[in-house]
Design a protein around this ligand. Structure first.
Ligand SMILES: Cc1cc2nc3c(=O)[nH]c(=O)nc-3n(C[C@H](O)[C@H](O)[C@H](O)COP(=O)(O)O)c2cc1C
Length: 341
């Protein structure tokens, strides 16, 4: 349960801006096992001003359920207004971003910056909780840096003011995406609250990792981001393991079917412009499915539906020509010193 929402599983899709868009969410939900998904982070003010980009990020449909929309801002009135807007437009859950390490988000007082002032963060979240009836959740990191691990304190405060659940990425802001996920620090946050669910997050890549995260931290649920991009079947595999069933790898055809569904779901939202948008996924699918280089290259320059159909036919026919590899590096995390992100 997250607030009044009964979720089918304890394994959630974590937001990955630029990847976990509507089309990807729909494609992965069809494989089974996803308990909850969250949109990419949306700036509260751009949503309120009706900017096309923000409206696109919150676009959803009946099959894209249950869904939370993630918003960010350092300003209480903006967050409150965005939360009300979302509730008025029928969204079932609001997630406040307190984990983003990017300068453009932190510079406005949003994202991980909020974790530096627990009192201010709690007052801000409290106003959002009071303003809406739908469950409000918070996604955060362990704290700003090693000297400032604020997640247990914040989690306790958030519980008192009615936050429905908390997701913890087990790294500090200054760690960025480097170093190990600190599961004992996630555990300390789990132990700091009385009853609300804490959702563990970070570096879960296999079904066993997800179960270990729960066992080692006592968290109620697990959010999976990059692991779901690398293996969209991970949620189904987790359910297989829990149910004592054997997990089978998807056949090459099933994997290509996933790519096709992802693309067609995109066309429902973006029509033929999807050909341009889908180019970004060429390298990732290329590595993952072992698509021959010339076909990957054509996917990277895709211009029409007809061409897409031709490429897919050839991908199916020429399966096995190139070995598939783990495409980890293709999910871009910011690099360089975290201070300059
Ligand atoms: C490319 C990318 C985009 C991300 N976008 C968001 C976002 O919009 N909101 C958010 O709360 N976290 C975001 N994250 C953080 C992830 O949700 C997650 O906390 C982090 O990647 C660790 O989990 P993982 O190892 O399962 O990916 C992003 C991470 C990456 C790599």
């Amino acid at each position: 349960m997250v607030g009044n929402r009964q979720l089918a599983t304890r394994y959630f899709l974590a937001p990955l801006a630029g990847y976990t868009h509507l089309a990807f969410r729909l494609a992965i939900r069809e494989l089974g096992g996803v308990g909850l998904a969250t949109t990419d982070l949306v700036q509260a003010t751009t949503l309120l001003s009706g900017r096309a980009k923000a409206l696109e990020l919150v676009q959803t449909c009946e099959d894209d359920n249950p869904l939370s929309v993630q918003i960010f801002s350092g300003k209480t009135d903006e967050l409150v207004a965005a939360a009300r807007w979302l509730q008025d437009h029928g969204y079932g859950g609001i997630d406040i971003n307190m984990g983003c390490p990017m300068a453009k988000v932190n510079g406005q007082g949003g994202g991980a910056r909020l974790m530096c002032d627990a009192e201010n963060a709690a007052r801000l979240v409290e106003q959002v909780v009071k303003a809406v009836d739908v469950p409000v959740t918070v996604k955060m990191r362990l704290g700003w840096d090693r000297e400032s691990i604020t997640s247990p304190l914040l989690a306790r405060e958030f519980e008192k003011i009615g936050v429905a659940a908390i997701t913890i990425h087990g790294r500090t802001r200054s760690q960025g995406f480097t170093g190990d996920v600190n599961r004992s620090a996630i555990k300390a946050t789990v132990e700091a609250v009385d009853h609300i669910p804490v959702i563990g997050n970070g570096d879960v890549r296999t079904a066993q990792d997800a179960l270990n995260m729960r066992r080692e931290t006592g968290c109620a649920a697990v959010a999976i981001g990059r692991g779901a991009m690398l293996d969209p079947w991970i949620f189904r595999r987790i359910q297989n393991v829990i149910n004592g069933e054997t997990t089978t790898d998807p056949s090459p055809d099933e994997q290509v079917d996933f790519l096709v569904r992802h693309f067609y779901r995109m066309t429902e939202q973006h029509d033929e412009y999807s050909c341009i948008l889908f180019r970004k996924f060429a390298a990732w699918y290329g590595a993952k499915l072992g698509i021959p280089e010339d076909l990957e290259d054509r996917l990277r320059r895709l211009t029409s539906y007809d061409e897409f159909d031709q490429i897919i036919k050839q991908i199916r026919r020429r399966h096995g020509e190139r070995e598939s590899t783990t495409a980890t590096a293709l999910i871009k995390v910011p690099n360089g010193p975290v201070e300059r992100w």
